[in-house]
Design a protein around this ligand. Structure first.
Ligand SMILES: [Fe+2]
Length: 434
């Protein structure tokens, strides 16, 4: 594969930054949380979790470990799947009601993202919405660090424990927006695959496709040296584009998807596969936290904005609800058919990492080969058949595109430019695949 970083004609950024928390991975490591908190000299922590985990064994393990270490704990559990601005503000008020010196989050991406937002508002004031980019917010700067945050994921998908990004739904607009800043990076990520042992198959599939798309989007993203030069090193965006570090991590994550996604979804006793998926999710989180995603994530926001009358098995949440990973992957085969034209070799390499059969194919077939492999993985894990499988039809395409086109930064990280009409066409092509 030719090196896309060696082209002297790009005249763009000439450097990239890598950031990640201290990472601990392995079965049983959740019970190390007390020792890790002690290391940061924490004495009084807030533990953020959700109502479903609250009385379960994972929170009990974390509480026991913290208490054994002599650390006082107060629990905040008013967090729903797909956290909203109200939830974040309530979390911030909870933090401000005590004298906490740190935060432990035990949960999926919703819990960890809520924790990041609450820490930000608690430390630096304002409303979480003010930190979003205009026209939604005022792009308020994040002026400094927040309290130490030890993040313990309980799903194998979002990778939020390793990113400086929080994704929050703005209730009044019914749309998700992002705040990203290096100060939001958790201090430690404690990733215990045991936390995923009891996840329903559909949750493993949805989160698995989230990890799959994080990795594939990073691998096919616009190269960092095709993004604008950064004059202020502190202003370098986390969406900095594909770079040699994110490539390396994304490749490994895609290899894990190839070998273990179908196994992990279809056999809940296959702990080897599920452990590997947890590791893959962490890797893919590190990759996208240092690169940024592109069109599949940008176009997923249209789905979660406009979904109606749809539920998904395995999730304890009222209709309408399409899990994040599903909202991302249903468009992915159509999107990569579109983007492949820009960097065919990269797309073919991504397809091969995901286990595609490319016998007899040339690079001109990269979009087709990659799309076919994604569809195969979707079918083998019982995913919805494209947009029509999550309640949309051709009449929704225009509104979906108008909603998603607002995700300008992620769209600009795609290897091929697209306007609202191109996005409409991608949605049309994503209506059904089989
Ligand atoms: Fe994601």
């Amino acid at each position: 594969m030719g090196c896309q970083y060696d082209d002297p004609t790009h005249n763009g950024a000439s450097s990239f930054t890598v950031a990640m928390p201290r990472l601990t991975f392995g079965r049983g490591t959740l019970s190390e949380i007390g020792a890790r908190a002690t290391r940061h000299q924490l004495k009084n922590v807030a533990l953020f979790t959700d109502p479903y985990l609250l009385d379960g064994p994972l929170v009990a393990t974390a509480l026991e470990s913290l208490e054994k270490a002599g650390i006082s704990v107060s629990v905040f559990s008013e967090i729903r799947v797909e956290p909203c601005d109200d939830t974040v503000m309530r979390g911030a008020a909870f933090l401000s009601s005590g004298t906490f010196d740190g935060l432990v989050s035990v949960g999926g991406g919703s819990v960890i993202d809520t924790a990041k937002g609450a820490l930000l508002v608690h430390q630096h004031g304002a409303n979480i919405v003010d930190y979003f980019a205009p026209p939604i917010g005022q792009a308020q700067a994040v002026p400094g660090p927040v309290l130490p945050h030890l993040a313990c994921p309980t799903t194998s998908g979002t990778g939020s424990e390793c990113t400086s990004i929080t994704v929050i739904r703005v209730n009044s607009l019914n749309t998700k927006f992002v705040v990203a800043n290096p100060y939001l990076l958790p201090t430690e990520a404690i990733v215990d695959p045991q936390c995923c042992d009891s996840l329903p198959a559909n949750v493993v599939a949805s989160t698995g496709f989230d990890l799959c798309c994080h990795a594939l989007e990073c691998f096919t993203a616009r190269a960092y040296n095709q993004h604008a030069t950064v004059t202020d090193p502190n202003a370098r965006q986390y969406i900095q584009g594909a770079n040699p570090f994110s490539d390396m991590i994304a490749r490994e994550a895609m290899d894990i998807v190839n070998h273990y996604l179908v196994r992990g979804v279809n056999d809940n006793t296959d702990s080897q596969a599920r452990d590997k998926l947890m590791w893959g999710a962490t890797l893919a989180g590190i990759a996208f936290g240092n690169c940024g995603t592109h069109l599949p994530h940008a176009m997923s926001y249209g789905i979660t904005h406009l979904m109606s009358d749809i539920t998904t098995e395995g999730y304890a949440i009222a209709s309408p609800f399409v899990p994040h990973g599903i909202s991302v992957v249903v468009n992915a085969p159509a999107i990569f058919q579109y983007t492949a034209e820009a960097t065919q070799e990269r797309h073919m390499q991504g397809a091969i990492c995901l286990g595609a059969d490319n016998k007899g194919a040339t690079v001109d077939d990269a979009g087709e080969v990659l799309s076919k492999r994604l569809i195969e993985l979707m079918r083998d894990t019982h995913m919805p058949n494209g947009l029509s499988g999550v309640g949309f039809n051709e009449s929704h395409v225009k509104a979906l595109a108008e909603s998603s086109v607002r995700q300008a930064r992620a769209i600009a990280n795609a290897p091929r430019e697209s306007n609202v009409v191109d996005i409409e066409n991608m949605y049309s092509n994503a209506l059904s695949y089989w």
